[in-house]
Ligand binder design. Sequence first.
Ligand SMILES: [Zn+2]
Length: 447
Amino acid sequence: MIILDKATIVTSEKEAIGTIVVENGRISDICYSDNEDFEYRIEKIIKENPDAEVWNLEGKHIIAGGIDAHVHFREPGLTHKADMQTESQAAIAGGVTTVFDMPNTSPATISAERLRDKIQLAKGRTAGKIGFHIGATNVNASQICSLVLNGDPATGLKAEDIAGVKVFMGSSTGNMLVDEKETLNELFSISEKPVLVHCEDEDTIKANLAAAIEKYGDDIPFTEHENIRSRRACIKSSIKALELAIKHGTKLVLCHISTKEEIEMVRAAKANNPEIIAETSCNYLWFSNEDYSRLGSRVKCNPSVKTPADRQALREALANGLIDTIGSDHAPHLLSEKEGSYVKAPSGLPSIQQSLPVLLTIAHEEEIPLTRIASVFSEKAADLYGLKRGKIKRGYEADLVIFDNTKEFTVRNEDQLSKCGWTPYDGVTLRGVIEKVLIDGAPVSLK
Ligand SMILES: [Zn+2]
């Protein structure tokens, strides 16, 4: 038994001083100091459990370990950039204890066999918990509809082995573009699992890129990224996804929202389908188009980061509850791969190690209550994916992050645990130093 005594406990409901009792890997009790019998109850527990470890956490905060449903750990196939071992360790250092990996690996996770292989590959190799999404293509929709319902007896894959279905309605990476109307209708009619959609309109992007090549030749400046991966491309595709989600009542996760218009669209769509989930990533809450000239390819991700006004609208949506979940979209590439021309440099940013501190810093800057952070960081995702973790609640698995919210630190590339060894946040000062992480009630290494 571990008694996490007198910390400031942060949940989506309140932020208050209290004590958490961890027993057999689970949260067995929570008492708040504003309860009349608080001291008496804690003394009684300690007396009855003389072997219990008591950690005095006065001045520290505790939040449930993050559930990040949007990571690219690059395995199998791209292990020169990242692998499940290194990236899951980076996740822990960022306060993230559960991740769901995206299917655009090599080969892509688009069948029962590939998903089973990926699950096998992960066994015993990750520092935290890991689950997997399956990828949709223009040809596998019927197969996926059957898998999410019945699993696959031939491979032994169970329906519960699938976290969600990823749909690229814009070909970000790999050959997973889904653009056929019938296929989209079939996929959006899935009701058993979340359907996670990357929305950027392919035709718009192609036309913008062709225009940029015409204008700049081989030397497209990185500042053009937001014009090529344009706001119009996002809006056009998101409208389609939201309409389909309303039509079918889909548990749609609109991934990495990057524009203020999409926020307004989601607000309207949720009135018709309250199951719609709005996801953004810290990248869109932190960076803007003003960073392209300084960071170049190091801030090239898809969708592109947009204007400071978009970033501010996203921060407001985080504050007012319109944003439901944060996915890091952690997508490592080597710096050597990021060198070179605009067209050559791949899109994607490693960022998972900054997950909780970036949110804490934004909460501080914008005066957003930490209750909102608890909601977007883990609680909403716990409900969405049906997990008994990610909440500070009796009976839940004790995945907990202890941090000092008064301390600041400066992010440095050399401290990154991701195999790629760099972060676009290099040099940035963030608030919230993570001191201890527990998974299933046991402390885990932060390095
Ligand atoms: Zn992604």
